[in-house]
Design a protein around this ligand. Structure first.
Ligand code: ZN
Length: 395
């Protein structure tokens, strides 16, 4: 009986020694991590991250987030690789597709292995309908402009190098994705005379054009209400699209302006060039009027309303070229300046409203019917003068 007592006693001491003697290192386990709630969601990117609350008694080798359009994403899907260590980290998820749901998990790895945080999901923002439509037509725009620019090279040997640079830029296979993923667009809207919102969107091919493309959107935003009021006609198109910097030269009409980027324009022209801003108004106005001289008047009108706030041509600071009123030989837009002074602002505005419905085409001389519109607006004692100016005007 005594021996059993001693045996138990000794066993107890032995166990005590074992427990004290085996004061081992804590066991290495998988790291514990949670996934950060998604913020800063855009069309193609978002912000997430994770918090490593326990390194599992081993240094964290790697950490980040992984994501997929399927649930339970792993590091074999898309992932970020962020700095190592315990604690909170923040990371950017990029290269996403608009209007798509993604699943995200933070991950951390130590010597024991890889562990994931909880799953979170989010949906990328969608492009506005107007921007979507532009981006859908982007591949076509690119191929049209390549063909257009190739046609320009022969006729413009002086700027052949610049044109070729544009062609090479447009031919890069990555261009389309760069535009989408880089958000190479600027968007705003303006309230039309009838209260409807007209989106104004610029899409551009290079990040360095962002400032000037955005500026162009602002210029159009200021110009469109002035144009609508003068024309006494609301914008026919649902939006104004600016294809900014894809081409050399400028063209416009049909709710779109194809603009040379401002930097290239100013690099290849002399200081007596027309202001880039005025050219933008010109191409915007072609969405109303085809005829070139009539359209140049709108360009000058918008520019001066914005810069001088006056409808008085005597106060205008921009008239394209030096202009002398009623000078014999005033043709084109300079003849229109003469007529503007004879029939007044409101008469001119009424004339343009009527001209809009008569649709004077680009590259065609003004019809007798169109010319009559100005004569109709002239006071009785000026009808002959207006008629004589129109006769010599070569409109
Ligand atoms: Zn034009």
């Amino acid at each position: 009986m005594k021996s059993i007592k001693y045996f138990i006693q000794n066993l107890f001491i032995l166990l005590l020694i074992l427990v004290i003697g085996c004061k081992k290192e804590p066991p290495i386990i998988l790291p514990e991590i949670s996934t950060t709630v998604i913020t800063n969601i855009t069309n193609t990117s978002a912000t997430s991250g994770g918090t490593i609350t326990n390194d599992g008694n081993s240094p964290i080798w790697s950490r980040g987030v992984c994501w997929s359009i399927n649930e339970n994403p792993t590091v074999l899907d898309n992932k970020t690789s962020d700095e190592s260590g315990i604690g909170v980290f923040t990371t950017s998820i990029t290269g996403l597709t608009p209007n798509t749901t993604y699943y995200v998990r933070a991950y951390a790895r130590n010597s024991q292995g890889l562990n994931y945080g909880n799953e979170v999901c989010f949906t990328t923002k969608n492009f506005s309908p107007a921007l979507s439509e532009m981006l859908n037509s982007l591949p076509n725009i690119i191929s049209w402009e390549i063909a257009n620019l190739q046609g320009l090279i022969e006729r413009n040997p002086g700027v052949a190098v610049l044109i070729q640079e544009k062609i090479d830029m447009l031919k890069r296979p990555a261009l389309y994705n760069e535009i989408i993923e880089g958000n190479f667009f600027a968007e705003d809207s303006v309230t039309s005379v009838n209260g409807r919102h007209i989106p104004i969107i610029a899409v551009f091919p290079l990040e360095i054009m962002r400032h000037d493309a955005s500026q162009s959107v602002t210029w159009i935003k200021n110009a469109l209400p002035i144009l609508e009021n003068f024309m006494k006609t609301q914008m026919r198109y649902n939006y104004e699209r600016i294809w900014y910097g894809f081409i050399i030269g400028n063209k416009g009409g049909g709710g779109a302006a194809y603009m040379e980027d401002k930097y290239t324009y100013e690099s290849r022209t002399t200081p007596n060039r027309l202001p880039y801003e005025a050219i933008l108004y010109h191409e915007l106005s072609h969405s109303y009027i085809g005829n070139e001289s009539l359209n140049q008047f709108l360009e000058v009108y918008i520019y001066n309303i914005i810069h001088t706030g006056s409808t008085d041509i005597q106060l205008w600071t921009y008239l394209r070229q030096p202009y002398t009123a009623y000078k014999a030989g005033n043709t084109g837009v300079y003849a229109l300046f003469d007529i503007y002074q004879l029939i007044g602002h409101d008469g001119m505005s009424e004339a343009y409203k009527e001209l809009y419905s008569l649709n004077p085409m680009y590259g065609e001389p003004l019809s007798t019917e169109c010319k009559q519109v100005f004569i109709n607006q002239a006071p009785e004692n000026q009808k002959n003068n207006v008629s004589a100016i129109l006769e010599a005007a070569k409109l």
